[in-house]
Design a protein. Structure first.
Length: 273
């Protein structure tokens, strides 16, 4: 594909069926002013699997997650170099609309953040502003069902999303993301603010969602990464400039049982980080 000849912002028009990976970073660097937060990251994310991103605080985990849907651009000081390919298209091409990117690559944040609207409107809002023309009732039902929340809220769709428990609020936020019909869902420590029971439900949900979506999750919880992910990427800090670097990436079972890097082994076993 000749990215220099793109004349549309609509990612729907560029579905390259020959592309193997859901998303791929090539030589990715992210700067905040003069500080390099990510350094030369190459990472290929497999479709319909859960990929965990782990590593010590400050190593760029959330930065690489936000790079996958251009959310770093919400920070004025941020600057991105390299390429991120989605369906064979570089999402950082100057004719690609970041809002369009975020419809295809949705995000769920660390702290549940439902809108101060009804449960129904929380789910419908994103789809509506993106111009959804189908049956909204059906879409809300499907999204809440996929987020394993329908049975708990079907009789109170008019109530505020803020009236739900923390775990339910997070699943509502997942339903809101699903309603925009993305291909990839990014999750930034989605269970860190939840109790163990709610955390387990979110983990089960992540596995269920891989039937239809690719999931990329940042987590500090090694047990969680081991339980839910198919592949794991371990990031750490470069000793020379403190930039985040990808140390090792591969199947989770191998990363946790037989890592190639001593740094990975030390982190997983709790020797540092």
């Amino acid at each position: 594909m000749d990215n220099g000849r793109i004349h549309t912002t609509k990612l729907d028009s560029w579905q390259d069926t020959n592309v193997t990976y859901a998303i791929e970073a090539q030589g990715l660097n992210v700067y905040y002013d003069n500080f390099r937060a990510l350094k030369n990251v190459d990472l290929k994310i497999e479709r319909h699997k859960v990929t965990a991103i782990i590593g010590p605080s400050g190593c760029g985990k959330s930065t690489v997650l936000r790079a996958f849907n251009r959310m770093n651009e919400l920070f004025r000081s941020a600057r991105t170099e390299g390429r991120v390919l989605f369906n064979g298209l570089d999402i950082y091409h100057d004719q690609i609309d970041p809002v369009e990117v975020r419809r295809h690559i949705g995000m769920v944040f660390q702290k549940p953040n439902p809108f101060p609207k009804s449960i129904y409107e929380n789910v419908a809002w994103g789809a509506r502003i993106h111009g959804y023309r189908g049956n909204m009732d059906d879409l809300v039902y499907q999204a809440l069902t996929q987020a394993a929340l329908w049975d708990e809220v079907k009789d109170k769709l008019g109530q505020s999303g803020l009236s739900l428990s923390g775990g339910q609020q997070q699943r509502l936020c997942i339903a809101r993301t699903i309603a925009t019909q993305p291909e990839i869902i990014l999750m930034d420590e989605p269970a860190s603010a939840l109790d163990p029971i709610a955390t387990l439900r979110i983990e089960e949900l992540m596995r269920e969602l891989t039937n239809n979506y690719t999931i990329i999750v940042v987590t500090h919880n090694m047990q969680q990464a081991g339980r839910v992910s198919d592949n794991t990427a371990f990031f750490s800090l470069d000793e020379t400039d403190r930039a985040g670097v990808l140390i090792e990436y591969g199947p989770t079972l191998r990363i946790f049982s037989n890592p190639a890097s001593k740094m990975t082994e030390d982190y997983i076993t709790g020797r540092f980080g």
